[in-house]
Structure formats: structure tokens, C-alpha cells
Design a protein around this ligand. Structure first.
Ligand code: HEM
Length: 417
């Protein structure tokens, strides 16, 4: 059967998307009572929005979708860079993706966990000497050091703040307009120059770098034709590791917020084992907003749920909405880690970092790093320090992408315990 899906009328609804942020797709889905509708976005392009588990299954079916031309230019100029893994398809994508996946070994993950733990010790020592600290700023700085150390990128102590600001401007600007967007573009130019120089040095044998590091592996990576890639592309791929590690600061802040707003969580995390911590981090990633949606284009015409998907159509998978879909989650707007107890794993319902296969598709290769870094950090917050949370504006916007509590989470009177 074929049917007309609901249409959000208007020549270009980008303004509504900007104003409604994470809730743009959900609001229309509620209004039409459907998980699929058509709209016009990004310069008036026909766009199909879909949500839910079946939508995620079709979206991650490689025979149906490609990524070439899906990410808007302003996102490539800030968040990703050009010609990176996010924009590739088919064999080229799989080869490039394998480079990322080769870093996610047990040893690699254990190493980043150890580095994170060690650097947290320095951080909490420094906190004891301060009246108050802004957790988001501190976590971004800490994770910049973690990311560089793990990836083999040299970083001087005096340089850390500058690089933390640059790396966070990349993810702060992706959905922004005006000044925030321009700040992101400037940061991308600076950061790509920084890394491209290091890549050149490695290639010219001017640097004595361990061959096991991400920087070295990426600098010496050869594509399917056996060629080294342009050092700017490699720089963007190295930033594809550094930037999102720094972005885990967002989840660390939301974890601290949950512990503050639901004090029983602190007790449960304290008295429970690893399995409760696992459920807690999953619920943080499900409940709080981060990526609003993922974008792809239709590979060839196909029919799904009565709708003709036409070659080239832009399709958005509602990530935030799927993580809060009432068919998938009982009381989706209640924070409840226990929902993950004995919940069978499924690659298409909990999709804060995308769905489907890590190796074959575009699902985030950094999921294990994210989980490990979150767990070590939450352990430090729960078991190694005591602190006060002074009065502040902890609201977080559903319009600003990425969302973050307005005060960036201030803590005071930190004591080690
Ligand atoms: C892709 C989210 C952390 C590296 C993605 C995607 C999402 C996402 C939604 C896109 C999925 C798609 O296009 O279908 C997140 C969130 C993170 C995070 C919320 C938490 C901070 C990381 C980390 C790394 C990483 C720690 C690397 C160390 C990447 C890369 C891609 C990606 C390279 C592109 C994969 C591809 O196109 O095949 N991530 N991510 N991310 N992420 Fe993450």
C-alpha cells in the first residue's frame, strides 16, 4: 500500500527546528500521531523524519541509505571536517572505519581507563585548594589531557586550556548560528593545522612516536589504493577522536546532575556493584539530550511503511525521540537506571551514539570509550570526593545543542574522602 504521510507545511522549517531543538521531531510526531512525516529543512530540502526501533533498523540498512551529501556544509565546517569517515560509503567507509575500530582493543580501552583515573587524581588534588570549581570546564580540561595522552598527541601543560577550548568549540558549534558557529570554524582551522603539522612530522620521520598510538596509526594509514591520505584529512580524523573524548564532559556533568537531583542514586551507586553503575551510565545516555538526530540520504527508491522514499531524499532518524519512545520505554521521561535490569541488548532502541553495527555501519566507534570514561569519572565523584552544590541555575535547555546545565555545574568545598 501507499499513503500520504503527514507534512509539516512551509517552504523551510529550519527556524522551527532551531527553536524547538531536540523536540522538533517529537512535537510533530505527537501532533500527527505518527513516527514518520515530511518537512522541509536546510534550505528547503524535502526531508523525511522517522523515529522508533523499526525506523532505526531501516535507517541503518546500508542497502537503503548513504551518507554522501547528508551532513550539511556548516556541520562539516565545524563538527566533523571534510572527507571524514562520517561522509563515506561502501568499501571506502569500511576501510576507514576499520582504522577507528582497530584502536578499540581491550588494551586500548584499559589504557584510556587508567589514564583517566590517574589524571582525575591530579584534578581532585587541585580542587581541594579552590573555593569552587565549574565541573564542565574542569572535565573538558581533564579529558583534553586524557585524549591527547591516549592518542599520542604531545600536549604541554600551558597549552592544555587553549586546546580544550578549541576541541570543545568544535562540538559546541555544530548546530549553532552566528558567533558560536564562527567560533567553531575558527577552532577547526586552528586545530586541523595543529594536528596536520604533527602528521607531517611523523611522515618525515622527525618525531619519535610510539607506533601503537592513534596519531601514528592514522598518520601512516594507507587507503585502498595504498596511498597516504592528505594530512588535512588525517588531521580531521585524529580530531574525530580527540573532540568526542572531550565531549564526554557533557555526560559527566549530566551524571553529576542526576546524582544531585536524585540523591537515592548516590546511595545506590555507593552500595552497589559494577552492574548498577552500568545501568546508571546507560540511563544517563538514554535520558539526557545530546545528539538530536542522525542524517542520511536514500540510496535508491524504496517503499517503507507506505511511503515512497526517493533516491537522494534526506532522512533524519530521531535519536532523542527514539531514546524516549513510549513503545520502547516504560515511563520514558522518568530517570530510572533499573529499567536496564535484565533488558536484552538491542542495537536499535538505545541509540544515543547511533544504532546497528559498529564495524559495518556508522554507529559510533567511541561507545566503549564513552562508557569506560564515564564509569571511572562517576566512581571518583561518588567514592573519592565530598562536595557541596551551591544554589545555581541547573536548568538545561531543550533548544541548545548540545544541551548543558546553564551553570555548567558548580561545586564547592571539595574534600577528598
Ligand atoms: C559517530 C555520538 C563519543 C567517534 C557518532 C554518531 C553519534 C555519536 C550519534 C553518529 C551515528 C550515525 O551517524 O549514525 C557520540 C556521543 C558521544 C560520542 C553522544 C559521547 C560523548 C565518541 C568517542 C569517539 C567517537 C569517544 C572516539 C574516540 C565517533 C566517530 C563517528 C561517531 C569517528 C563516525 C562513525 C562513522 O561514521 O562510521 N557518535 N559519540 N565518538 N563517533 Fe561518537
Amino acid at each position: 500500500y501507499r499513503e500520504q504521510i503527514p507534512i509539516d507545511r512551509g517552504l523551510d522549517n529550519s527556524l522551527a527546528l532551531l527553536l524547538e531543538g531536540y523536540q522538533y521531531i517529537t512535537n510533530r510526531r505527537n501532533q500527527y500521531n505518527r513516527d514518520i512525516f515530511e518537512t522541509r529543512l536546510l534550505g528547503g530540502q524535502k526531508t523525511i523524519c522517522i523515529a522508533g526501533k523499526e525506523a532505526a533498523e531501516v535507517f541503518y540498512d546500508e542497502n537503503k541509505f548513504i551518507r554522501k551529501g547528508a551532513a550539511p556544509k556548516r556541520v562539516r565546517q565545524t563538527l566533523f571536517g571534510e572527507n571524514v569517515v562520517q561522509t563515506l560509503d561502501n568499501k571506502r567507509h569500511k576501510q576507514r572505519k576499520a582504522l577507528f575500530m582497530s584502536l578499540m582493543t581491550d588494551e586500548g580501552l584499559q589504557e584510556i581507563e587508567n589514564i583517566t583515573y590517574a589524571l582525575w587524581q591530579d584534578t581532585i588534588n587541585s580542587w581541594e585548594r579552590k573555593d569552587k570549581v565549574i565541573l564542565f570546564e574542569e572535565a573538558k580540561l581533564l579529558l583534553t589531557k586524557v585524549a591527547c595522552k591516549w592518542a599520542g598527541v604531545p600536549l604541554k601543560e600551558q597549552e592544555a586550556k587553549l586546546r580544550a577550548d578549541q576541541l570543545s568549540a568544535l562540538f559546541d558549534s555544530a548546530a549553532a548560528i552566528g558567533l558560536r558557529h564562527w567560533r567553531g570554524r575558527h577552532a577547526r582551522n586552528q586545530a586541523e593545522k595543529w594536528i596536520a603539522n604533527l602528521v607531517e612530522e611523523i611522515r618525515n620521520d622527525e618525531k619519535d612516536t610510539s607506533k601503537q598510538t592513534a596519531l601514528y596509526k592514522m598518520a601512516m594509514y594507507r587507503d585502498e589504493d595504498g596511498e597516504l591520505l592528505d594530512s588535512n584529512i588525517i588531521a580531521a580524523e585524529v580530531l574525530n577522536i580527540l573532540r568526542p573524548i572531550v565531549a564526554i564532559a557533557v555526560y559527566i556533568v549530566f551524571s553529576a546532575l542526576a546524582i544531585h537531583q536524585y540523591p537515592e542514586e548516590r546511595e545506590k551507586l555507593k552500595s552497589n556493584d559494577e552492574s548498577y553503575l552500568e545501568m546508571f551510565v546507560q540511563e544517563i545516555r538514554r535520558y539526557y539530550p545530546f545528539f538530536p538526530f542522525a542524517a542520511a540520504r536514500v540510496r535508491d527508491d524504496f517503499l517503507w511503511k507506505g511511503h515512497d522514499f526517493k533516491k537522494g531524499n534526506l532522512v533524519l532518524l530521531d535519536i532523542y525521540g527514539t531514546n524516549h519512545h513510549s513503545d520502547l520505554w516504560n515511563e520514558p521521561f522518568v530517570f530510572n537506571p533499573e529499567r536496564f535490569k535484565e533488558r536484552p541488548e538491542n542495537a536499535f532502541d538505545l541509540i544515543p551514539q547511533g544504532g546497528g553495527s559498529h564495524h559495518m555501519g556508522h554507529r559510533c566507534p567511541g561507545e566503549w570509550i564513552t562508557l569506560r570514561v564515564m564509569k571511572v569519572s562517576i566512581n571518583v565523584i561518588i567514592n573519592q570526593i565530598q562536595y557541596d552544590v551551591p544554589n545555581q541555575n541547573l536548568n538545561y535547555s531543550m533548544r541548545r545543542v548540545p544541551s548543558i546545565p546553564n551553570s555548567r555545574f558548580i561545586i564547592s568545598h571539595v574534600k577528598k574522602c
